[in-house]
Design a protein around this ligand. Structure first.
Ligand code: UD1
Length: 416
């Protein structure tokens, strides 16, 4: 079982580069399914989830060739329209193959992902939207079987919540549908905007990307394209919190600071000095952070995937912070691990009260998911003594060479 061993106390200093966004590249690999031929993606992060998505696409019939931060996806004319439970269980994001498979094959058999470490995570909005476009679903032995007679039909779909995954599945379904698909209350995340850019590069006709009203004018067919993946704002934000928690001075390059406006604003309110320019940001952490309240919300609100890292920072603040988690019902599972390190955090439903302590103390902890794993490493960087983060493979799902990059900034961290 993979483990990271962190010795606390070093102030992180220097420059770190970030790669393409996990939450964009996974969907951009899937959009290749929409057009037979050879696709190319650049700025691809070297993370475990990309490897898992290669397996999903391989199962469906694609050939994947990997280069240095590049991927070529060779998509055949005939696809096997299924994603079995072994693959979906390993990576929930596989559910977005539904849209492309229905569009290309008129059929999709995808295992129902069920809940995960962050909570129940239903997919009702995906299914209701696709049903409105003409798909019939049935659940057969834990597998969703979707069928559409002929082409998908464009229609207006109003999402009750701007779900990232549901917006993506509807985009995928809409690009090859007959007529217009209008997504009302669409997700506005930068990764969605980047996916829309890629689809346009493939010949799709989409307006309103980056707004909550997206209109997809269906076309007869799409062609393979080359696409450069948008920078990972979560990777950039995590290194920003590493500076904040260690009273360090870290410059992040290869990023888009405008995609982190709310998170950088909160770091600034917490006492960090934040500077930014075209493609870079610099964060200098205070000796001890100031308490800050925040609530997670869809973009452009505070990203739920930056919540645990920020809570790690606030756990050593000079005062009490209150945070509200609006997206996931089980995101606070890591709080017990932080408490083992001496953090004083009380949770009640979707709220957490964080009473800052002067010092954290290193101990063995368990990473329950990617971002919580990163947060426990952040806490370990500041704690007195040694922190051993077990189940660190979660971190490798979303961060390329995390310990190596932190070490280059002066952290004392090794794989155990
Ligand atoms: C994506 C990201 C994830 C991020 C999340 C929110 C990927 C691979 N994952 O996940 O890292 O935390 O966006 O920014 O890109 N919901 C429903 N019904 C649905 C769909 C969603 O109730 O049909 C709920 C979910 O349970 C959750 C909320 O809506 O509470 C947001 O989910 P969604 O935006 O769909 O997130 P994902 O696409 O799963």
């Amino acid at each position: 079982m993979s483990k990271l061993v962190v010795e606390g106390g070093a102030r992180l200093q220097g420059t770190v580069g970030v790669m393409g966004a996990k939450n964009a590249v996974l969907k951009e690999m899937v959009s290749a399914l929409l057009a037979p031929g050879r696709h190319r993606l650049t700025n691809v992060p070297g993370i475990l989830d990309v490897t898992l998505m290669c397996e999903v696409l391989g199962h469906i019939g694609c050939r994947v060739e990997q280069g240095d931060h590049e991927l070529w996806l060779v998509v055949p004319d005939q696809l096997l329209p299924e994603a079995p439970i072994e693959l979906v269980r390993q990576m929930r994001a596989s559910i977005v193959v539904l849209g492309p498979l229905l569009a290309r094959c008129g059929e999709a058999r995808v295992a129902l992902p069920g809940g995960d470490d962050l909570g129940a995570r239903p997919i009702d909005m995906h299914l209701n939207g696709l049903e409105a476009m003409g798909v019939d679903f049935e659940l057969v032995h834990g597998e969703l079987v979707g069928r559409v007679d002929g082409r998908l039909k464009g229609t207006e779909v109003e999402l009750p919540f701007p779900s990232v995954g549901a917006t993506e599945n509807l985009l995928f379904a809409g690009v090859l549908a007959e007529g217009d698909t209008v997504i009302v209350n669409a997700a506005r995340e930068p990764e969605i905007e980047d996916l829309i850019t890629q689809l346009a590069e493939m010949g799709a006709d989409i307006s309103g990307g980056g707004t909550s009203l997206v209109t997809v004018h269906g076309v007869e067919k799409l062609a393979p394209a080359e696409h450069h993946v948008v920078p990972d704002r979560l990777e950039a934000g995590t290194y920003a919190t590493a500076a904040a928690i260690t009273a360090g001075d870290v410059t992040v390059t290869g990023c888009t600071p405008e995609h982190l406006r709310m998170e950088l604003r909160k770091l600034s309110e917490a006492g960090c000095e934040v500077e930014q320019g075209n493609g870079w940001l610099r964060v200098r952490g205070p000796e001890r952070p100031t308490p800050v309240d925040f609530a997670t919300l869809p973009f452009p609100g505070f990203h739920t995937d930056m919540h645990p890292q920020m809570v790690a920072v606030l756990s050593i603040a000079a005062g009490t912070s209150v945070i509200t988690e609006n997206l996931y019902d089980a995101r606070f599972r890591y709080v017990g691990e932080l408490a083992r390190m001496g953090a004083d955090i009380t949770t009640e439903a979707q709220h957490a009260v964080i009473r800052g302590v002067e010092q954290l103390s290193g101990c063995p902890v368990l990473a329950p998911d990617i971002r919580a794993g990163a947060a426990l490493v952040m806490a370990g960087l500041r704690a007195e003594g040694i922190t051993e983060v077990a189940d660190a493979s979660h971190i490798d799902r979303g961060y390329e060479e995390f310990p190596e990059r932190l070490r280059a900034l002066g952290a004392r961290i090794e794989r155990g």
